[in-house]
Design a protein around this ligand. Sequence first.
Ligand SMILES: C[S@@+](CC[C@H](N)C(=O)[O-])C[C@H]1O[C@@H](n2cnc3c(N)ncnc32)[C@H](O)[C@@H]1O
Length: 289
Amino acid sequence: MPSADNELKSRNLRDILEQARLFLAGSESAHLDAELLLMAVLGKNRAFLRTWPDYPVERAQRDAYCELLERRKAGEPVAYLLGQWEFWSLPLQVNTHTLVPRPETELLVEQALARLPDGSLRVADLGTGSGAIALALASERPSWNIWASDLSEKALEVARTNARQLKLPNVTFCQGNWCEALPEQSFNMIVSNPPYIAPDDPYLEGDGLPFEPISALVAGNNGLKDIISIVQQASLKLIDGGWLLIEHGAEQGASVRDIYSSAKFQCVETKRDFAGNERLSLGKLKHAK
Ligand SMILES: C[S@@+](CC[C@H](N)C(=O)[O-])C[C@H]1O[C@@H](n2cnc3c(N)ncnc32)[C@H](O)[C@@H]1O
């Protein structure tokens, strides 16, 4: 098998980048990955790469780049190699204890923001991982009091660091099982991107996934186990008229709508992501009279 060390023979930036793209060929994101990793190694932005194609890459930089390319070729997500990933235009630290935030999850943020105005409201993000959803909401709604829970203390360490670096003080992080981690009060809205992939789904072998925490990806009962727990717990934790929004798999819309409807939720509907896939379901709690 060709090694990056053998393939990257040139010294100038343009040729090295082209050789790196060829080395990663086969991955859908080869071009972008080669560019992002070179930017990180050189400490330069994309404009620099475009403007200075003849820039001489030093030996040590080339070696560091080769090492990253090898790890990427072995499947490691670029986000973990960089230690940082962007979500909702916020730079977030990530590591192997946190899921890499996905662009389709921005739909959950959009839908949450569309439902409630800024003000002194209580909102929870269950299974916060890197803090992506909670911090995106906090950046848009500075008066919301946001609680963000996760079972993983290691993930919460990353989320707390992100909140500090982004200077978003209106998020409180708490460790525990879904709503059990939250304080006594009722909430105006609860959002979650829980694990929802069935344990035997071949998708789990896809690009990068074997490097992500299995506890962030997989749920029993065909991927629905955690969604069922969250809907049940949220129905006891939301105010009358409070919203619940949950991200799920493209094939799970009908099942999730049923779960909502059998738990006193009204106005239940599913929203599609930019690829046209059913991606999240939401509903409004109606307390029994
Ligand atoms: C799909 S990841 C979502 C991470 C982040 N919200 C995002 O969208 O990038 C699911 C998260 O749920 C957490 N989790 C799994 N089981 C949990 C439980 N029982 N209670 C709370 N969090 C849990 C995982 O640690 C993981 O961080």
